[in-house]
Ligand binder design. Sequence first.
Ligand SMILES: [Zn+2]
Length: 199
Amino acid sequence: MLAQLPSLQKLVRHLQRLPYLASKNVFKVAGYLLASDPKVVDQLCQAIVDARAVIRRCEQCCNWTEKQALCAICSSDKRNKAVICVVETWHELMAIENVGEFNGLYHVLGGALCPLEGVGPDQLTIPTLLERLNNDVQELIFATNPTPEGEATASYIWSKIANKSMVCSRLASGVPIGASLEFMDRVTIGKAMQGRRPY
Ligand SMILES: [Zn+2]
């Protein structure tokens, strides 16, 4: 049927290349765009082009920055530059920032180590992070995800840190607030037991 609608076929093909968009949703999104006010579609396309033109990686932490070499966090004089929180992606950075408890700097790795998918240290920003670890940095917080890949990434970075006097910690993981233990899986309860704190 799409063969008779070559423009729609082309749009669907482009949407299918987008990650995170489930294949069953591609046709829904295409239909939504076709039925939308042309002005809305123009604005969406222009917003993508504009963002792509001015947004780039911060030269220090690899977070997104607009036009400037350093992002707003790295260039702020209100942040504690002695502490770096290592995250996989900027989504996690945003999640931590939204809590408003952390006042240090970040380092965005761009993912986690996954040798089976060809993701090694050089595919991530691990070399840039290791270069950042001069004497001014006193503490590193690993906030990679509590998945096998996230754990392996934190262990790998830890193994490469020459200055072993640097304080390194891992975000605690365990029982979520408001959850009931009887519904927790074994791994979560195990992690919570290991990461228990004195009362
Ligand atoms: Zn930055």
